[in-house]
Design a binder for this molecule. Structure first.
Ligand SMILES: Cc1cc2nc3c(=O)[nH]c(=O)nc-3n(C[C@H](O)[C@H](O)[C@H](O)COP(=O)(O)OP(=O)(O)OC[C@H]3O[C@@H](n4cnc5c(N)ncnc54)[C@H](O)[C@@H]3O)c2cc1C
Length: 388
């Protein structure tokens, strides 16, 4: 059984590893010329740590990660709005939460992939998927063509050719806010503790996630009605206009992030769909279920897909329709819940109504955050054989 995977991001590379471990012959096709990644860093929540352990890379990941203990919410004036104990989430799920830079995360996954002898073909941009009687043909920009017993569409959220083939529509939905994301590194110790800082303004938000005492990734966000321009030379000016009056730490982090380590993203997601497969092709990761970054779970869910899909295909790779249907049944509810949770938090954070934000902040102070941590642990554990 040979498998072609379209896209070498988190979903593509992790599913390649999981499928190779089950004995499949796998090739990954990626449009970029080398490893690349969107976003600056991720929190690997315990559900993802479980999968990374199965992929035999958790120990490597731990070596370059931070162990965040809490997520502290504050107003833009520094008022304490409550704190979610990440340690409580970890305790309930039996695995660690880890903060890691994207470049380190992707490099470890790709290195594992190569060590298993899996081929990753860079410079292969899929332009067309052609339907045959029971299978599909894949066409690339470079003039080549591929086919395989099983095709996995893992070509992301913004212009997935595989999603278009399966559902007829691959247009992501702009959700009305911008994120600037960046990586900050300092020679000196800046963070006394590895605690996620989440500052809430009025239609604005700034989050800092330390990875070590002198390294962090961050995201600054603001409401913007329309998707617009991206001029890297202006990013710092745009950020300073929005956040220079917030805490000193934010100004320091922006000032000490090189311009080429900042990206500006007009944030999109996809409406949930239950249609994930057609012929011998199935979509996974953002191509199937892209949530907003406010869900905190996009990459983690891509990893869960890898584990579940490898299990479903190793149980049954003869009747693909049944195996794909089983995978979809196992994954749709959880990923739909995560898309909706991401939208719920985004609509509260990226709200420009002053009175709404005042009430939101007051309510946040009254929340029982122990219960919140327990609820997050329960939701994120679902479908996985881990403790709750
Ligand atoms: C601003 C922002 C911040 C985020 N922060 C977090 C976070 O903190 N934690 C978290 O868990 N998730 C986060 N996410 C979500 C996370 O980035 C995605 O959910 C995750 O990367 C999905 O993995 P994927 O492999 O499906 O897609 P991607 O990682 O996007 O990979 C898709 C791959 O397919 C390739 N590709 C696309 N089209 C083609 C084509 N036509 N031919 C060949 N190759 C193609 C791309 O080059 C890419 O390598 C964030 C997302 C955004 C937008």
């Amino acid at each position: 059984m040979n498998i072609a995977i379209l896209g070498g991001g988190v979903a593509g590379v992790s599913s390649a590893i999981a499928l190779k471990q089950k004995g499949f012959d796998v090739t990954v096709y990626e449009r970029n010329q080398s490893e690349s990644n969107i976003g600056a860093g991720i929190v690997v929540w315990p559900n993802a740590s479980f999968v990374l352990e199965q992929l035999d890379v958790l120990e490597e990941i731990k070596k370059v990660s931070g162990y965040p203990s809490a997520m502290q919410r504050m107003s833009n004036t520094g008022e304490d709005l409550g704190s979610i104990s990440i340690e409580e989430i970890n305790k309930n799920m039996g695995y660690p939460s880890l903060s890691i830079l994207r470049r380190d995360f992707q490099a470890i996954l790709v290195s594992k992939l190569k060590s298993l002898g899996i081929k990753i073909k860079y410079g292969y941009e899929i332009t067309k998927i052609e339907e045959k009687k029971k299978t599909v043909n894949i066409y690339f920009q470079n003039g080549e063509k591929a086919t395989a017993n099983i095709i996995i569409g893992a070509d992301g959220r913004m212009s997935s050719v595989a999603r278009k083939f399966v559902t007829g529509n691959n247009k992501p939905i702009y959700q009305g806010f911008i994120n600037w994301v960046g990586v900050f590194e300092s020679k000196e110790k800046v963070f006394d503790e590895i605690v996620v800082k989440d500052y809430w303004g009025i239609g604005e938000r700034f989050g800092i996630v330390p990875v070590s005492q002198n390294k962090a990734y961050w995201a600054g966000g603001v409401v913007a009605k329309k998707s617009g321009t991206r001029k890297p030379a202006l990013y710092k000016k745009e950020l300073n206009t929005l956040f220079s009056k917030w805490t000193e730490l934010i100004s320091e982090v922006i000032a000490n992030t090189p311009q080429n380590k900042i990206n500006k993203i007009y944030v999109h997601d996809h409406n949930p769909t239950e249609l994930w497969h057609k012929k011998n092709l199935i979509i996974i990761g953002d191509s199937a279920h892209a949530p907003l970054p406010t869900s905190g779970q996009g990459a983690c869910q891509a990893l869960e897909d890898a584990w579940h899909l490898a299990n479903c295909l190793s149980e049954n790779s003869i009747d693909l329709d049944s195996a794909f249907s089983k995978f979809t049944r196992l994954r749709v509810d959880k990923t739909t819940g995560i898309i909706n949770a991401g939208r719920g938090l985004a609509s509260s954070l990226f709200n420009s109504d002053q009175e709404f934000c005042k009430v939101r902040n007051e309510n946040s102070k009254k929340v029982d955050y122990l219960q919140v941590a327990k609820g997050m642990a329960e939701g994120w554990s679902s479908g996985l054989p881990i403790n709750t």
